[in-house]
Design a protein around this ligand. Structure first.
Ligand code: PNS
Length: 173
């Protein structure tokens, strides 16, 4: 029988409980799930390096036998072909996600019609959760309980402290 290999691409800066919820759902549906960190946006604006994001994802998914962590650069469809993947997994939290996700799925289909995008919904409790909001809460020292795993929270607190130190060290004149 044909094996379904799916790619779950994203920035994962950092991985949230919403991403992990989707990974747990996805790995039950697909024979193999490759969580792929996009390198394209790692041009200074990210909180964590691609390597750090991959390490956090690896630690959080270690017990899932059919899940692996990777990174990719360039077009997602080229990466999918390279990995012999037949599907792309993306999460849809609310209607607001739909327009962008539809555009991306249809453009990806135009680039490579043999690969299907599969949308899954994370648990409702994560429907308002995003890496961007997590970064913002962490920056202002707000509570992260239930939003990210404890290990990720520790990494976030440490990185924010470093960043704040870097900013404080910049001479004002
Ligand atoms: O977590 P994100 O930031 O929503 O992930 C977006 C991502 C990385 C999946 C998307 O930007 C992507 O696939 N980038 C790779 C470049 C590419 O293939 N672009 C064309 C997509 S239509």
């Amino acid at each position: 029988m044909k094996k379904i290999i799916a790619i779950y691409p994203g920035s994962f800066d950092p991985v949230t409980n919403g991403h992990l919820d989707l990974i747990h759902r996805g790995c039950k549906l697909f024979d193999r799930l490759i969580v792929a960190v996009a390198q394209n946006r790692d041009k200074g604006g990210s909180l964590f390096s691609v390597k750090e994001r991959m390490e956090m994802l690896r630690a959080m998914t270690a017990e899932l036998d059919n899940v692996s962590i990777d990174a990719f650069e360039g077009l997602l469809m080229s990466y999918c072909i390279d990995k012999h993947a037949n599907a792309v997994l993306r999460g849809i939290r609310a209607v607001s996600d739909y327009e962008f996700e539809l555009q991306m799925a249809l453009m990806n289909r135009k680039i490579e019609p043999s690969i299907e995008t599969v949308f899954m919904m994370p648990a409702e409790k994560y429907s308002y959760l995003s890496s961007r909001i997590v970064r913002e809460i962490a920056w202002f020292g707000g509570p992260l309980t239930g939003l990210v795993p404890d290990v990720v929270e520790q990494h976030l607190r440490r990185r924010i402290t470093e960043k704040r130190g870097e900013i404080a060290a910049i001479p004002t004149k």
